[in-house]
Design a protein around this ligand. Sequence first.
Ligand SMILES: [Mn+2]
Length: 648
Amino acid sequence: MDNDDFKKSNDFLIILLFAVLGAIGVIVSGIFGIIIIAAEAVIATAIKRNQLIQQKKKIEELTVEDDEPEVVVKNDIPVPYAVIDGEFNLIGCNEEFYQLMGLKCFKDLNIKEKIPEYNEHLNNQIVSLNDRQYRIYSSHAELTDGSIANSLCFMDVTELTTLRKSLENDKTVVGLIYIDNYDEVIESVDDSVIPMLTAIVDRKLTAMVHDAKGILKKTEKDRYFFCIAAEELTKLQKNKFEILNEIREITIGEHIPVTLSIGIGIGEASLEAAMKSAKAAIDLALGRGGDQALIKNGEKYIFYGGKSGEVSHNARIRARVKADALSELITESEKVFVMGHKIPDSDCFGSAIGIYRISKALNKDCHIIIDEVPTIISKTVSKFTAGTDYEGLIIDSQTAWQDLTENTLLVILDTHINSRVESVDVLNKATKVVVFDHHRKSTDFIDKAVMVYHEPYASSTSELITEMIQYIGEKVKIKPLEADALLAGITVDTQNFSMKTGTITFEAAAYLKRCGADGIRVRKLLQEDMSVFRARAAAAANAEMIADGMYLSICPSDYGNSAVTAAQAADELLDVEGVKASFVLCDDRNTIFVSARSLGEVNVQVILEKIGGGGHQTISGAQFKNTNIEAVKELVKEAVQQYIEEAN
Ligand SMILES: [Mn+2]
């Protein structure tokens, strides 16, 4: 029954009641009855009038409004719907929209004021209103007067967004933790404290994972596996993996610091994919020298830590295994091509000579690919090319590209980055590739290599190759000139046995000495031009401090190979008291080079990675084209500033 019908029948009942009462009154007493009827009439009229007033009030409530909507919106749309003009003023809406905005009736209202996050340029934008999320679908409409209006439809997507968020947060993150230097630490401590030390490491790791509401499993004496929710990972990221420092600071008696590498994969599709990412991340973390955490999220890598010096590692077993593998590969190949990085240096050439000697010992032809011999190695190279003993030792990349067959082994030395090799074309054509490098791993690595010996703990590639030669054994007989070249490589990369020099470095040098290397001859090979010496002195003279202990300088570039001179100038600045890191810029044939060096406290790799460079934590570089030296100087300064802010 309708409301009105109900009222009508009500009225009818009241009148009927009075009529009955009236009739009774007439019957009971004549005059009294008439009075009753009169009274009844008065009451009935009063009731009726009251009802009318009520009804009128209701109508007034509906019609008395501040404004009139310009557009009448039908009430058959079940979600909040509004029409706004070009200035975002409300010109029409439905009942649901009133409710959403907490309105009783149509009012002048500006959408931008009411919903500050509303952006007319975004379609399907999600905004929050009254603690709920609404997706706004908008479409243009033309009004009868020709003006353009926008109609907005508000879909409640609160459930959807909370669900999506919780799915994102509940994504499982798989992590691997390796202790970088377990054996070395154990060797360096007293037996009695080993259980305590391992217990402390275990406890700290357990606490970290426990705080993150995850699970940790120790898989080997120095390896752990953990699972946490993605939400918890952001907390670990926020404190920049403080666990790395906590572990490094553990001291039980005297021992070398324990360092960790953490590799984390975020599960996109499956746990299997997450585990694969975690493995790739830990490999890269170890390749970069350990003592750091690395997250692989899809194609993206995020790095944390890596502040301590590079940790020495038991490389001997690996060297032996790799030596066997290399002999095998050379033996089954028809010939060997060797290639270093662009502008090959003493380390490139020395290690190339080492590979040449190994190949010859295995009765294979070997050629070194160099397109243009840079001045820094020209003296060494000319010693080889002067006589007839090394005929055809050096070939250019074009010849190499033509002569390269499926049976040619291509050995890449002193770099592992695709774009850094002397000839990318030769690398692309090669099918059998081996990489030897000592630079910290970068993301653009040569992934088609059949064998990679990547050892960031080694001082130089020449050291790696010298070590391998010793394992290959008696049949490799190094000549004094070749030993000089290898020793020159080690000398330059270690800056006269001061940087990154480990016991293996000295052992390699001792072996080379036994093969006839001579320190004075090497020093002469490395002697330089007076002009180069002057340029370096000028770079030192104009060094300016850009941050605490960090110096920047510009190297003059009106002679020979200024990129190399700039690198040397950066090295030399480290000899000056108070210098923790140095950045030397130079303009070499329209390419701006940045050479950065550090004594270890400042991670120059992290700084230069911000501007597209890379390298080691103590030795890094970057290159820029189509710009000028002043612009690059500003970039470096900004990167340094950013680094300092992040460190704090
Ligand atoms: Mn090197």
